[in-house]
Design a protein around this ligand. Sequence first.
Ligand code: PLP
Length: 401
Amino acid sequence: MLQLPVYLDNNATTPCDPRVLATMLPYFTEIYGNAASRSHPFGWAAEEAVDYAREQVAKLIGADSREMIFTSGATEAVNLAIKGVYDMYAGKGQHIITAVTEHKAVLDTCKHLEKKGAQITWLPVNREGFIDLAALEAAITPQTILISIMYANNETGVIQPIRAISDIARKHGVLFMTDATQAAGKIPVDVNKDGIDLLTLSAHKMYGPKGIGALYVRRRSPRVRLTAQIDGGGHERGIRSGTLNVPGIAGLGKAAEICREEMTADTARIAPMRDRLEKALLKLEQSYVNGSTIHRLPQTTNLSFKYVESEALIMGFNKTIALSTGSACTSASLEPSYVLKALGISDDLAHASLRFGLGRFTTDEQVDYAIRTVTEAVNKLRSTSPVWEMYKDGVDLDTIA
Ligand SMILES: *Cc1c(COP(=O)(O)O)cnc(C)c1O
């Protein structure tokens, strides 16, 4: 029996894997020590769990455990990385290069620094969602201290050419950071093969708990130094103070281990389901995929159904299918997604988009249900739409004002 609602919003957050939860539970009950308590077995047991998790997380991205700093999530890790580099490398310069399709964690942190005097280059992207490598290289100046480009986009799933970007950064002696929150645990990520100096990830995007994440900070060639953004007690080698979230860290570690071991099998199951969903929905007239379909996460598809308002569309099934639309609620109005707009997609098509984020627990039955429900809802809305009728009558709606 199909259980409703069907969850297809795994890019917003993933459910916690039961194996992750089971790993966490003892750290709420018997093993409740403070990992910083060096004087008794409660503290030792907590510290041991943290050390073990640090190895598990490091292994997922090919890092050394001494290069991992635990944070409250990717947003905090992004803040620590960008602000920490900005403060530490002020002597070299104040120029940071990033892209307009980054997550708000990166965009808002850069905007904050811009107000404080930083120069920020906001690279555009092309229709597929990629930055232009020549434009990236041309933007570098002697004052450039950081290039921050995300690994995979949360709305479209588009994967940037990370190795090519890091090659350019290396060539010019600029640090390269990547927000890998959507990529880590879903596709192979290796800080050495990929040439990454700083990387952020979050447990709740890879079947772990919310409120825990990590920052990778390269230790050699080059050794990256950061100014702490939270002081008090010197935890995490003085870079991120505060009592460690031991259950969360144990959960993140387990989540990372499961992803590393099962990534290939997960992808082999999820990618065909995503492709089947996409193919079936593209049978609807005037439907489009947003962003590259080649360099893309295996579990994401972002689709637009022209002449259909996605907010109205999901109204029809938001109690039975959990999805995100390409419209963001700002205080007074519905704004089209800035990511889709950056791809050159019109406001109309951005407002007509749905983001499907499949995951480890998605089933074929759920995909069948989504295909049927979305197809019916699109057809129903169009059947009562004057705009759709005009389109069917051959009126070219793009040329009339
Ligand atoms: C979810 C997400 C974040 C924020 O992570 P939190 O752990 O929720 O703070 C940052 N970047 C990307 C790409 C994300 O998808």
